[in-house]
Design a protein around this ligand. Structure first.
Ligand SMILES: [Ca+2]
Length: 192
């Protein structure tokens, strides 16, 4: 009986520790940094994905950005970026305030991606170190490993050094060219 009680307490503690993820995660070095609406389950009254900035190349009016429940990686929805016009790229991104303890470490962005008809440059995770004047100090747009054509759900990761002078980290998912990209369960970790 005693053993069972101890086992139960231990299981409860494990469950508590396991609750550290998500929007309210503590941002300690070596741990997960908070990405808001990381599972794309919060949608505004106008249909926009809460906490995510939708942007397009040049004139815009070429990409749609939606929550999509059809075949989502994690319920109830994934992000869906679809091109219907001529512009070069559509991007969903958000800025995460840097903490001093993260400097000179490595930011690792991980997400689930799926594509359909991404026959041009393709889909990517994007990671940028942003300076105090909004300038991009360093970037990784997954240029050596784009997700192209039609691919099922798969986990992808990219890394980027957190340089001194960085004030925020921009994380995103991007579709360059035609097709459709779905993304879900975005995770940002700060590792040594
Ligand atoms: Ca989801």
């Amino acid at each position: 009986m005693m053993y069972r009680t101890i086992a139960l307490i231990f299981a409860s503690l494990l469950a508590l520790w396991g609750c550290g993820g998500g929007d309210s995660a503590a941002s300690l070095p070596g741990s997960r940094a908070p990405v808001l609406n990381a599972s794309f389950d919060q949608v505004s009254a106008t249909g926009a994905l809460v906490s995510w900035q939708a942007s397009e190349h040049n004139q815009g009016k070429s990409y749609t950005f939606q929550a999509d429940s059809n075949g989502a990686w994690s319920a109830p929805s994934s992000a869906k970026i679809h091109r219907y016009g001529p512009e070069d790229y559509g991007l969903l991104s958000q800025l995460i305030q840097i903490q001093l303890a993260w400097i000179n470490k490595t930011a690792r962005l991980t997400a689930q991606l799926k594509t359909e008809g991404a026959v041009d440059t393709g889909a990517a995770l994007t990671l940028q170190m942003i300076g105090s004047r909004g300038e991009i100090l360093a970037w990784n747009h997954m240029n050596d490993a784009r997700v192209t054509q039609s691919q099922g759900w798969k986990s992808y990761s990219i890394d980027l050094k957190t340089l001194p002078g960085t004030t925020s980290i921009a994380v995103g998912v991007m579709l360059e060219g035609s097709g459709t990209l779905w993304a879900d369960d975005i995770k940002l970790e700060i590792i040594d």
